[in-house]
Ligand binder design. Sequence first.
Ligand SMILES: Cc1cc2nc3c(=O)[nH]c(=O)nc-3n(C[C@H](O)[C@H](O)[C@H](O)COP(=O)(O)OP(=O)(O)OC[C@H]3O[C@@H](n4cnc5c(N)ncnc54)[C@H](O)[C@@H]3O)c2cc1C
Length: 385
Amino acid sequence: MILPESEERRALRAAVRTLGEKYGPDYYLGRARSGEKTTELWQAVGALGYLGVHLPVEYGGGGGGIGDLAAVCEELAVAGCPLLLTVVSPAIAGTVISRFGTDEQRQRWLPGLASGELTFAFAITEPDAGSNAHRLTTTGTRDGDQWVLSGQKTFISGVDEADAVLVVGRIRDDDTGRLKPALFVVPTDATGFSATLIETDMVAPAKQFALFFDGVRLSGDALVGSPDAGLIQLFAGLNPERIMAAAFATGTARHALNKAADYARARQVWDVPIGAHQAIAHPLAATHIDVELARLMTHRAAELYDAGDDTGAGEAANMAKYAAAEAAIAAVDHAMQTHGGNGFTTAYGLAAMLVSVRLSRTAPVSREMVLNFVAQHSLGLPRSY
Ligand SMILES: Cc1cc2nc3c(=O)[nH]c(=O)nc-3n(C[C@H](O)[C@H](O)[C@H](O)COP(=O)(O)OP(=O)(O)OC[C@H]3O[C@@H](n4cnc5c(N)ncnc54)[C@H](O)[C@@H]3O)c2cc1C
């Protein structure tokens, strides 16, 4: 193992991988293709404490860090069962509520998030704002002791499986009159809330939805934590999201490389297995190096986040997500090439993976927006937009 990880983390990885392998890619892709969910796996992961491994012990968690949850996410993907909602529900909603929620909010939401009995979606993307979060228009207005939320979101994953959505909206600042970010918990059965499916060609159990908030009335405590902490909360939630997205991608990459190496050792069309041809072996070896580098950066980002360095974690998490996405896309592409015609078959599942893994270049933050961030913050170049 190249990663400098504790014995405990390694044991966690091994246990999660064993669980994931009990289900495996046939289960995962089978469910996705028949339009079914992977609920039993989610429940099993939750029941064993893996979804709450990073949450405080007093709220039913394991008391670990985001690096532990990233290991859970990664090993499930290595086993062929990448659960997109691990990136959202425990990672974003869990960490934001754990760090910034009131005591009441923590008690209400965290035990369920930790056990997997409660699932949250996360909604920031809007049709007319996209990558530009400054243009968000979903707005919460105070009405007595309630909030009234209006606006819309798009491409929100897992809403049909979620009990609530953590929504990034805006509220008016009493002092300046300006709008500032705020996070709301919106139950999916709230009056005035609706969701419509967005059809995609991705083969994955988690689906995406357009959301509409039509004057949704929420209790006063639907706003997470303090009204003044919205921006800090947002950054605190986006770092874990990027770390998890990186782990999701490197897990997928490792699954694809394992498949490719197995195939290249076994398949023989000349006198030697195809893995003996450097044209097959070298791209796989080079990609393995890129994946391990991305894993190291992900590890570092998690370490910084867990140490409370949100700024340092932000830079490392962006870089990790970028590196992991590019390595994962290359890994699946090379795995397909290794499989020849079999790379296109339903049985091998690689063509389905190609579309899914391609997502990591676009979401949760696009490759271009990461490069903008690194150009500006790491290299001190002028802001380009
Ligand atoms: C399968 C899927 C699941 C998703 N799940 C969620 C979810 O659960 N929650 C959620 O909130 N969102 C989710 N998203 C949304 C996702 O985060 C966005 O699609 C992504 O951030 C890009 O935003 P956009 O689609 O509006 O693209 P746009 O912002 O319209 O960008 C289009 C292109 O222009 C580029 N671009 C834009 N601005 C600049 C710039 N200044 N400089 C250089 N290039 C630029 C982008 O990089 C991109 O390539 C999901 C998306 C998909 C496809």
